[in-house]
Design a protein around this ligand. Structure first.
Ligand SMILES: NC(=O)c1ccc[n+]([C@@H]2O[C@H](COP(=O)([O-])OP(=O)(O)OC[C@H]3O[C@@H](n4cnc5c(N)ncnc54)[C@H](O)[C@@H]3O)[C@@H](O)[C@H]2O)c1
Length: 304
């Protein structure tokens, strides 16, 4: 095809996808969402916060659950709550900072449960210290849990999804993967990496024609799970801490509709657009005004 025709086709498709996204945004997920009952979903970091809530939401959708976490007891508590819903659940104690542990657990899952249809890379940690105060070990661990673990779980489970041309990978990043924050350099680096990984993976799947395998990148602002306890939003009436329930609901809605990217709250789309066209100094000024320079000053983090 010559370049003129190719350009015209591209412009028409851009317009079509734009109109399609407007049309889809007004139809509720309950109407246009896919049916995933009977599918197997593996959630990392299922013992707490967003992971536990997602496990409950997937159980409501009729999925079989595989729950991974380093905290065996709390992971069992999640499983116990879900079994009440009459759903099949298996728990595994996995240290996601350890590649061998991940591959060994993946082998066990394949033998004991079978194929995984939906993979949710959710587990995460935060040091909450200025970069030079973070020990080398902590920096490494943050990268291992927050991003390297995504590489290893995807290596373990994506090949079968691709062979069947059926599956979904949900990667939980953060708004800290879109805009840097004072006092979160290691965390932001790990989350920026997740954003790049997810985007590239989706390009790879598209280029291979794997239309049945989807990815969803999730970037929430601060969520009230305990992970960022003590952090203060400077303008809570503009950007309040999110409720874990609203984040879990937002993730499930995006997943059911095969939405590729979801920022929570929606205001983040506006900030990201600003980042795209404002001069860098203006961006830093606005971020500082919004409290990005002081947000972590009162950070305590998870105390239990
Ligand atoms: N809480 C927030 O403000 C916020 C905001 C944006 C993004 N996120 C991201 O959302 C995800 C879930 O966060 P949350 O707030 O529910 O946190 P959380 O602390 O409640 O849950 C994290 C889970 O990961 C598990 N985990 C930690 N290290 C592990 C390891 N080495 N091996 C296995 N499991 C391990 C923990 O045991 C815990 O169950 C994380 O990736 C986090 O970075 C959180």
């Amino acid at each position: 095809m010559n370049l003129v025709l190719e350009s015209l086709q591209m412009l028409c498709l851009v317009l079509y996808y734009w109109l399609e996204s407007i049309y889809l945004s007004i139809i509720p997920a309950s109407v246009r969402g896919k049916d995933v009952s009977g599918e197997t979903v593996l959630i990392t970091g299922a013992a707490s916060g967003i992971g536990r809530l997602l496990a409950k939401r997937f159980a409501n959708l009729g999925c079989r659950l595989v729950l991974w976490d380093i905290n065996k007891e709390a992971n069992e508590t999640t499983a116990k709550e879900i079994r009440k819903q009459g759903v099949t659940v298996r728990t595994y104690r996995v240290d996601l900072s350890n590649q061998k542990d991940i591959f060994a657990a993946a082998d066990k899952v394949r033998t004991e449960v079978g194929q995984v249809d939906i993979l949710v890379n959710n587990a995460g940690i935060v040091s909450g210290k200025k970069f030079l105060e973070c020990s080398d070990e902590m920096v490494r661990k943050t990268m291992d849990v927050n991003v390297m673990a995504h590489f290893w779980t995807v290596k373990a489970f994506l090949p079968t999804m691709m062979k069947r041309d059926h599956g979904h990978v949900i990667n939980i990043a953060s708004s800290a993967g879109l805009i840097g924050v004072n006092g979160l350099a290691d965390y932001c680096a790990s989350k920026f990496a997740v954003v790049g990984f997810n985007e590239s993976l989706q390009f790879e799947l598209d280029s291979l024609g794997k239309t049945g395998v989807n990815t969803t990148l999730v970037c929430p602002y601060l969520v009230n799970t305990g992970m960022f306890d003590g952090c203060q939003a400077k303008f809570p009436w503009i950007l309040p801490m999110l409720l874990p329930e609203e984040v879990a609901d937002g993730i499930i809605e995006a997943f059911l509709c095969n939405q590729r990217v979801v920022y929570l709250p929606k205001l983040l789309y506006f900030f990201l657009a600003l980042k795209g066209f404002l001069p860098t100094k203006c961006l830093f000024l606005i971020c500082n005004f919004m409290g990005a320079n002081s947000m972590m000053d009162t950070f305590k983090g998870r105390t239990k």
